[in-house]
Ligand binder design. Sequence first.
Ligand code: NAD
Length: 345
Amino acid sequence: MLKAALIGLGAMGSGHLNNYHRLMKEGKGVKLVAICDVDPKRLYGEEKAELNIATDDGGATEAFDYRRYLDMDEMLEKEELDYVDIVLPTFLHAPVAIKCMKRGLHVLCEKPMSLNPELCQQMIDCSRETGKKLMIAQCLRFWPAYEYLKSVVDSGKYGKVVCANFFRGGPTPMWSWENWLLTKERSGGCVIDQHVHDVDTINWIFGKPDRVVTSARRVFDTSYYDACATTYFYDDLGAVITAQDDWTINGDFKFTMNFRVNFEKGAVVWNGGDVEDIPHDGKAFTPQLDSDDGYYREMVYFINAVTQDTPTDRVPLESTKNTIALACCELQSADNKGMPVDVKF
Ligand SMILES: NC(=O)c1ccc[n+]([C@@H]2O[C@H](COP(=O)([O-])OP(=O)(O)OC[C@H]3O[C@@H](n4cnc5c(N)ncnc54)[C@H](O)[C@@H]3O)[C@@H](O)[C@H]2O)c1
């Protein structure tokens, strides 16, 4: 049974906590023994009663006896852990992951890996030197709709990709700790924080583009960019591949992610519900996919990899570093009014 600690109990950390409750109930080989957050309101709850913090499952939290810490170093000192699950603001990913690996712990770390490829490389070096597993939670690599898309591309059943578009967007993240998400130096803005999901998907499925062209717009003073659109040029493939992100769609608009990928002989389309597989010369159908989401599935994958000491090769560290390098090329293009930027990695 692995002993885990969750570091960061904000918007996303609460989601991880819910999944630990489920994983523990299901006997999936993990016990969450400790949680750490610097904010007592997040850790103990203010509006929500203690032992019922930010979880979907009402009183179920009471069944679990993890300890709570306001100070990460104290937790690392006192607890015997196998791994930590880092769900902290992005600028803390590299230093905290490195600190934990040096203390002999495996690390599951939320996306994005870090703010630039140099910091990602430091994380990779530390994982190699310590022999500790480090996996970046790029959840779309475990999301059934995106897995299906990758399988269609890899199978070649519809020939080459002709045109593809990926979108994500929704309300402005005004809830974050010290407003880090809208602070350029801490989050990298929507390009590094939110759009990075589609950057990673494109890198994972299509590989390195030759060039990118990005237009982007800042809406909030302290932010970097809050909306962006990128075209990815693959000279050999010749496909039109674009991705757009916008976290300024407020009001009643709900967070949305979707894609539409058209091939020479068919298309795969996803609008958040069932995936539609549409042959150009036949009847569209809905493939049967796993009903669990990528958040849960990536945790199961990581826990199994640590338990069985198998590689986390669905999410190679070089690949997640390249995703950050690609996103940084997009920022360079946007900073230069859409100048084409050659991608090198
Ligand atoms: N996979 C996804 O779809 C997804 C979605 C949202 C966020 N995320 C990622 O999750 C991470 C956290 O984002 P969030 O939205 O939960 O942010 P958040 O601001 O809601 O939560 C961050 C938490 O970290 C705590 N914290 C800050 N410094 C700390 C420290 N030194 N020690 C312990 N706790 C500390 C804060 O008090 C806060 O509770 C980010 O990397 C973000 O990109 C991923």
